[in-house]
Design a protein around this ligand. Structure first.
Ligand SMILES: Cc1ncc(C[n+]2csc(CCOP(=O)(O)OP(=O)(O)O)c2C)c(N)n1
Ligand SMILES: [Mg+2]
Length: 351
């Protein structure tokens, strides 16, 4: 029963066990572990950078949710068209973006992914298949349908991917997008990161039922509900659905149940402003850490040991620290840059 499984997954006392890695490709597991650590350390660096006053704009951190982006990205190509939203550092990094350019963007530097014009919520990295994150909740969902449809009309096997939140699903355009994708058989994967909150409000105060997969069923899309803190579970669901989409069988939907460790925006936990967010829940969810769980699963399977994990962590921290220092030293865009790339008519300055 989907609702029963959802209810088990949304209780943080469950699913704290090591990830089952039996039968999984070894290289894929190491890649997943490295990628999640990379994202975790990058976002931890941004949390500190924001707290210490280096970052001007808001920063929406997805610490705790890394397995969703990494689990899906393992089955994507750079020619696919991936869209995110306001909490998309994990999505762009999982697709292979240079963390230095992400940092430069968040700092408003001219070397940033969007040339310093957008900040944390306007990320763009076309060479790695990331077609955009925007702060307008649900604003990119229909674009992913259009991009998937364009790929289909061009005869490629590429797909559109929409990462969206449980709050975004409350916008009408999501339901129109699901319907249109299905009726046109557009190659699109919808990935709902259901972290149980939209801003500060728990889903039980917003929806009669907490699982968003019922909207996939209502629009006749195949769907999977997965443990969003288990990279292998996300990978298995994504690999299966993406293979079907590439075969021309139309759109599909994943609902990944997860939780963000920080509050809605910036580095605080937001216990006091969260409606139904308690410190007990946050600490229970921290025990369902997707990185620790994959590491434990790999150690249990004899693939690595604790020394390997701590060395990998130190190496990753060094990479992140170097990228941050380099981005900090970069210049801001000049004032004349405000007028370039406003119109796209000439083809000049694109890219
Ligand atoms: C159209 C629109 N409405 C409201 C907001 C304000 N807002 C920003 S994030 C957010 C909550 C989004 O929740 P969800 O989609 O679950 O994503 P999460 O923050 O949990 O990752 C809201 C309401 C917005 N940016 N855009
Ligand atoms: Mg949410």
């Amino acid at each position: 029963m989907p609702d029963d499984f959802f209810n088990q997954l949304s209780d943080p006392a469950n699913f704290q066990h090591p990830v089952n890695v039996t039968g999984q490709d070894k290289n894929l597991l190491f890649n997943q572990l490295e990628s999640m650590l990379h994202i975790r350390e990058a976002e931890s660096c941004l949390a500190t950078g924001k707290r210490d006053g280096f970052i001007g704009g808001p920063v929406h951190l997805g610490v705790g949710q890394e397995a969703v982006a990494v689990g899906v990205a393992g089955s994507l190509r750079k020619s696919d068209k991936v869209f995110g939203a306001h909490r998309s550092h994990s999505h762009v990094l999982a697709m292979g973006a240079d963390v230095y350019r992400l940092f430069a963007e968040v700092l408003g530097k001219e070397t940033g992914l969007s040339r310093g014009m957008g900040g944390s919520m306007h990320l763009w990295d076309k060479p790695n298949g990331f077609y955009g994150a925007v702060p307008i909740v649900s604003g990119t969902v229909s674009l992913a349908v259009g991009a998937g449809l364009a790929a289909k009309l061009q005869g490629s096997k590429d797909i559109g991917v929409s990462f969206l939140g449980d709050g975004a699903v409350e916008e009408g355009v999501v339901h129109e997008s699901l319907n249109l994708a299905r009726i046109l058989n557009a190659p699109v994967l919808f990935v709902v990161e259901n972290n149980l909150f939209a801003s500060h409000m728990h889903i039980s105060l917003r929806q009669p039922k907490a699982s968003t997969a019922r909207f996939a069923a209502a629009n006749d899309l195949p769907y999977e509900i997965v443990d969003g803190n288990d990279a292998v579970a996300v990978h298995k669901a994504a690999a299966k659905l993406i293979a079907n989409i590439r075969e021309g069988r139309g759109p599909a939907f994943i609902e990944a149940i997860t939780y963000r460790w920080y509050g809605h925006v910036d580095w605080r936990e937001d216990i006091d402003v969260g409606v139904n967010r308690s410190s007990g829940d946050v600490s229970a969810w921290r025990k369902r850490d997707p990185i620790r769980r994959l590491a434990d699963g790999m150690i249990q399977a004899g693939l690595c040991n604790d020394t390997f994990i701590s060395e990998l962590k130190s190496r990753t921290q060094q990479t992140i620290s170097n990228a941050w220092q380099r981005a900090l030293a970069d210049p801001y865009p000049s004032s004349s840059a405000l007028l370039t790339r406003v119109y796209a008519s000439t083809g000049e300055n694109r890219g």
